[in-house]
Each structure stands twice: as C-alpha cells, then as structure tokens.
Design a protein around this ligand. Sequence first.
Ligand code: 5GP
Length: 118
Amino acid sequence: MSIFSKMIDGEISCNKVMENDDFLAFHDINPKAPIHILIIPKIKIKNFQEVSPKTMAGLTSFTQKVATLLGLDKSGYRLITNNGSDGGQEVMHLHFHLLGGAKLSWGHLSDSNSKNFI
Ligand code: 5GP
C-alpha cells in the first residue's frame, strides 16, 4: 500500500487543503515552491498513463477549485505529473503537483541538456 493510500484511509495524517468524495489535496512534505500541493484521486490509479478521461474530468474541476482557494487562479501556477521511471515518479499512486506562490523557473525541470535530444 502506498503512502498516499494510507493518507486516504486515515492511517497517517496529512496537511489537508481540500477534500471531496473522490479527491484529496494536501501540502507536499518537501515543497519545491512556496506553495506545493499534491492532488490525488481516492481510487487506486498508478499514474497518468492509467487514468480514465472520466476521472481526469473530475480531477480537473477539483484542481481548479484548489487553485482558486489558494489564490493561484490569479497569480498563476504550474501543474505537473511525473509518470514512471524516466518521469521521476516515486510514489505509485497518481498525483499532480500544483506549484505556485512565486515566479517559477523552467530550466530546473531537466537534469539533462535538452540540446542533446534535438
Ligand atoms: P513524485 O516524485 O512521485 O512525483 O512525487 C512524490 C511526492 O510526494 C514528492 O514531492 C514528495 O515530497 C511527496 N511525499 C512523499 N512522502 C510524503 C509524505 O509522507 N507526505 C507528504 N505530504 N508528501 C510526501
């Protein structure tokens, strides 16, 4: 069972931001921006590659509400999902990183020189 499943089941606590029957948003334990929220579905889905359009529709609406609650709808934000090994996914339960609260740089997202891949 992943750490996020344990949060959904209430076995371990999280710093909750918003919740409904289907989704949960909470603060990342190791924030990479002034605001760093993780948004997850309550049903077990490994990653973006396995999520259905129906779940994504609900997740989209929920994420927009979280962004608005935190004022990020006005200031802007970045939404990321890491998928699989090369994507750097560490927790095998679908999650989106909602990052904001500052002007975010872009270069730090890659450990490699992108020119090598063009
Ligand atoms: P990934 O690399 O899988 O896309 O991201 C996993 C995220 O989960 C990381 O940003 C990491 O800081 C966060 N994380 C891992 N364990 C915990 C935890 O126990 N509590 C919280 N709130 N975040 C966690």
